[in-house]
Write a protein that binds this ligand. Sequence first.
Ligand SMILES: [Zn+2]
Length: 460
Amino acid sequence: MANNPYLDIDRKMLGDIHTSREMMDNLEILCDDFGSRFGGTPGEKLAAQFFRDKFKAYGLSNVKMEPYKYASWTRGETTLEITHPVQHKISCIALPYCPSATIETELVSVGDGAPSDFKNPKRLKNKLVMATSKTPPDVGRFIHRSEKYGRSALAGAAGFIFMNHYEGLGPATGSIADNREAIIPGISISKEDGEYLQRLLRRKGTVRLKLKTRNKTRQRTSWNVVGELVGNTIPGEWVMVGCHYDGHDISQGAHDPISGLAAIMDAARVLSSYAKDHINCGIRFIAFGTEEIGLIGAKEYVNAHAKELDQIRLLLNMDAAGGGGRKGIVMHYWPQLDKFFANIKSQIHDDLPYGNKLSAFSDHFPFFEAGVPTAGMGDTEATFSGRGFGHTAFDTLDKLHLTNLRAAASCAARILLRIAAAKTWPAKRRPQKAVNAIITKEPNLDNLKVDAAVARLYKK
Ligand SMILES: [Zn+2]
């Protein structure tokens, strides 16, 4: 058993985290006062200013709100009516970047939306195509909403209907384009209404729907909020930790994302109080803007800081990390770091599950694409069956518990301390060829091919 050279600092940091209510106090302001913090809402700017002020209060240096322009989307009114074989209104919401449209056409169900369910594009052309939010069985990977939407658009569908597969949670939201108005409309309905439509299809053969949706996409400004603890001997090198702060406009975004950022802020607080003198490289803390509508803040950061990317030891993404489940490291294929983390695990006497798994659906991905070492906080041994209340109106503060938040903050603080205290670092930025090789091989990234095909539709 390795001894723990940081035992004294660990005791101070964890003792503070476990006897403080600071995270819950911050979350009450972020969720109850600022609301969803969705791009373009007043709460978004209030949240950015809140992180700026808190980072300063916690003793971080070089604290900045870094502005960027993006395409902001605001929902208007959306209605869905069955016009045949019965007359009935279905409650629904537009998905972010849904354009305004009026459509009357037949409904087609593609079940859970496995790639094979889209094999016959003629059946889908000019129809409203409905897929559930469930991961289809036997595909061997999670299939994201955007892939089901993309395959519908590629088949020439008139519009897309996303049906929640969880009961009692209403419709689930999620964007259907990245940083621009989508190519065909997309809306969302509850499981209960989706099953009603499926029953009608089965009994009556043909179901006609009328969809009317009014939304606005226009240019606005958002912000990444950055602060750091400057390294004592290698100040031009950083370990970075980040999480987005925008939730979806229909919810408080309590678990996804802000539980993760609350934990990061507490890690910043205790690292600043007890570990400042022991770090060699810097620790940079980032609250990313507008992730939910295309990882826009993270992409902007990578562009704006292109000259510094070689000096990043690791970006730890803590998107939604303050919920339940074990806190470990989800590594994005950096075997050079396996030994380093095995050593941490033996020092901290905690589970620290460790493994490799990669998706394109959070802020680490623009960094990964740029070759920067990245990881997430989570548990690769846990099975992912879906978002549950995530991305619904029920992602609210009552779902969060201090025990889980404390576990996330403690894990982050101990890992960041050890990475920043290391005199040398075994991982170097990957060349583009090596990045591309991983992307091609990784089945979880098959959605990128659909994204690329949809991007070509915009050019036609
Ligand atoms: Zn998130």
